[in-house]
Design a protein around this ligand. Structure first.
Ligand code: ADP
Length: 230
């Protein structure tokens, strides 16, 4: 059975952090459209050049571009037993595209909606730092690295993402409200498996425990290994 998990939530809801932790439990790749797009921008290739300004402004990249990127990634060998989608789908068109793709392969996905209070989200996003090499996320208040400004894992100097400036954060949250939040209703109406978790106040580890428990619940029917034992 293919283990397909969609982590859904506002920017700053902790999708990226959870996906990073969860991939070790499920032994499936973490597929983040934001990370993939940033990689293209860093490489400066044709796609990167096309999407850079849009991302810089905190707006959404065109559906066809993202749909194609995800489809290509899902066709890779490591995604054949399952995957965790982070940041996709984000519009109704993307959700329809993904559902058609999953249905045509008989894959039943599990959507996990991480619900976080708006004020907490703004605090998290403004304090966010990322390792430019391995992608690990930190927060100067709630999840600082051991040494200030340096990645715990590979010693790289942490950076503030270009789109974590305050005006851009506001734009990204507005995009979420208008384009992405309606997907919750879409998933419900279409009878997709949607689980909602309050992710405002828990540590990343506590939240992972809850996410894994949700995934292991009989209604979910997926198998998360080790991480939740003990
Ligand atoms: P966040 O969830 O914190 O906004 P991401 O890393 O998921 O951060 O996304 C960063 C940017 O990448 C978005 O603001 C948008 O420009 C682009 N992007 C990522 N995923 C998508 C998507 N599914 N559709 C359109 N644009 C996307």
């Amino acid at each position: 059975m293919t283990q397909a998990v969609v982590l859904f939530g506002s920017p700053g809801s902790g999708k990226g952090t959870q996906a990073n932790l969860l991939k070790n439990c499920l032994k499936v790749p973490h597929i983040s459209t934001g990370d993939m797009l940033r990689e293209h921008v860093r490489e400066g290739n044709a796609l990167g050049v096309r999407v850079a300004a849009t991302m810089h402004a905190g707006a959404l990249v065109r559906d066809e571009v993202v749909d194609q990127l995800v489809e290509k990634r899902l066709a890779e060998p490591d995604a054949q037993t399952g995957f965790i989608l982070d940041g996709y789908p984000r519009t109704l068109e993307q959700a329809e595209h993904l559902c058609a793709w999953l249905d045509s392969r008989g894959i039943r996905e599990l959507v996990i909606h991480l619900i976080v209070d708006y004020n907490i989200i703004v605090t998290r996003l403004t304090g966010r730092r990322q390792c430019p090499r391995c992608g690990t996320l930190y927060n100067i208040v709630s999840n600082p690295p051991r040494v200030q400004g340096v990645c715990d894992l590979d010693g790289q100097a942490l950076v503030i993402r270009d789109d974590d400036r305050e005006s851009v954060i506001r734009q990204r949250l507005a995009e979420y409200e208008s384009q992405s939040r309606p997907l919750i209703e879409f998933f419900r109406e279409k009878g997709r498996r949607l689980f909602e978790i309050d992710a405002s106040h828990q540590t990343a580890e506590a939240l992972l425990f809850q996410v894994c428990r949700t995934i292991q619940s009989p209604e979910a029917g997926l198998t998360a290994e080790s991480a939740v034992k003990g």
